[in-house]
Ligand binder design. Structure first.
Ligand code: C2E
Ligand code: CA
Ligand code: CA
Ligand code: CA
Length: 275
C-alpha cells in the first residue's frame, strides 16, 4: 500500500510539474501576446428585458494567439492576476472601453453605459485610482457612464480595502455592480455597507431557474434582495425566451445573454445599436 501511495504521489507531483510548465508557457505567451497586440476587447449588449432596448454593454477581453486559436479568459485572466500582468492589461481594457464609449457618445448614444470588469489585484494596486482618472481624462469621458463590475467574492475577501477603494471610485463618478451575485455568501449587512448600484445575477441561477426549485428560489431571493436594497438587478446568461419571461416575472428589468446578442467587436456594436 505504501509503495502504491508513493507511486501515486509521484504521479501527482509529475502531473503538477507539467501543469506548472504549461502555465509558465501560457504566461510567457500571454506576455508576448499582449506586446504583439493579440489581446482585444469585445462588447456584449445589455438590454431592458421588456423592450429589448440597448442600455449599455459589457467589455470582455479576448486573446487570439498568433496561430489563430482563442484562449478562454477563464484560463488566462487568473494567470494575469497571479503574475501582476493584469495591471497593464486591465489598463488596456479600461482605456479601450473608454475610447469606445467616447465614440458611441459622439454618435449620439449619450445614455449608453459601458461596464468593465476589474480584479482584486487591480484594487490592491496603489496606482489603480490614478489609472482610472487618467483613462477618463485622456478619453474625455466621465465616470458616470461607466460601471465597474467587481465579483461578490472580491467584496468579501478584504472588505476594508474594498470599501476604501470603492469610495475613491465613486468619487470619480463610476457606478459599481456586484458580478456573479449569488455565488458567494455575502451577508445583507456586508452588502449594505458597500456603495454599489447594481446586482448581477450569475448565469448559473438564470439557467437553473426553471429546472430546479432551488435555482428559482435563489433567483427570486436575489431579485428581492437587490430591489429591497434599492439596487437595480441585471441577469446574465439569458439564452431563451422562457428565461426572459421568467425574469421579467420576478421583477428583474435588465439582462444580457445570447438571446439578445453575443459579445461582438466594436464596429458591430455600433451597427447593433443603429439597427
Ligand atoms: P463574467 O464577467 O461573468 O462574464 C460573463 C461571461 O458569460 C462572458 O464569458 C460571456 O461571454 C458569457 N456569456 C454571456 N452571455 C452568455 C449566454 O447567454 N450564455 C452563456 N453560456 N454564456 C454567456 P467570457 O467572455 O468567456 O468571460 C469569462 C470571464 O472572464 C468573465 O466572466 C470575467 O470574470 C472574466 N473577464 C473577461 N474579461 C475581463 C476583463 O477585462 N477583466 C477581468 N478582470 N476579467 C475579465
Ligand atoms: Ca462581468
Ligand atoms: Ca458575471
Ligand atoms: Ca459568471
Amino acid at each position: 500500500a505504501k509503495q502504491q501511495q508513493r507511486g501515486s504521489s509521484q504521479y501527482f507531483s509529475a502531473a503538477m510539474g507539467s501543469d506548472a510548465r504549461e502555465r509558465f508557457k501560457l504566461l510567457k505567451g500571454l506576455r508576448t501576446g499582449f506586446e504583439d497586440s493579440q489581446l482585444f476587447v469585445v462588447y456584449q449588449p445589455q438590454v431592458e428585458l421588456d423592450s429589448g432596448r440597448v442600455i449599455g454593454a459589457e467589455a470582455l477581453l479576448r486573446w487570439r494567439t498568433a496561430d489563430g486559436r482563442f484562449v478562454a479568459p477563464d484560463q488566462f485572466i487568473p494567470l494575469a492576476e497571479q503574475s501582476g500582468l493584469i495591471i497593464p492589461i486591465g489598463e488596456f481594457v479600461m482605456r479601450t472601453a473608454c475610447a469606445q464609449l467616447k465614440a458611441m457618445q459622439s454618435r449620439g448614444h449619450t445614455e449608453f453605459r459601458m461596464a468593465v470588469n476589474v480584479s482584486m489585484a487591480q484594487f490592491r494596486h496603489p496606482g489603480f485610482i490614478d489609472m482610472l482618472a487618467g483613462a477618463l481624462r485622456d478619453c474625455g469621458v466621465s465616470g458616470h457612464s461607466i460601471e465597474l463590475e467587481i465579483t461578490e467574492s472580491m467584496a468579501m475577501e478584504d472588505a476594508d480595502l474594498v470599501l476604501r477603494v470603492l469610495a475613491d471610485i465613486k468619487r470619480l463618478g463610476f457606478s459599481v455592480a456586484i458580478d456573479d451575485f449569488g455565488t458567494g455568501f455575502s451577508s445583507l449587512s456586508q452588502l449594505r455597507q458597500l456603495q454599489v448600484d447594481r446586482l448581477k445575477i450569475d448565469r448559473a441561477f438564470v439557467q437553473e431557474a426553471q429546472s430546479s426549485t432551488a435555482g428559482s428560489t435563489i433567483a427570486q431571493m436575489v431579485v428581492n434582495l437587490g430591489r429591497g436594497l434599492g439596487l437595480t438587478v441585471i441577469a446574465e446568461g439569458i439564452e431563451t425566451e422562457e428565461q426572459r419571461q421568467y425574469l421579467i416575472g420576478l421583477g428583474c428589468h435588465e439582462g444580457q445573454g445570447w438571446l439578445f446578442a453575443k459579445p461582438m467587436p466594436a464596429d458591430q456594436l455600433v451597427a447593433f445599436l443603429a439597427g
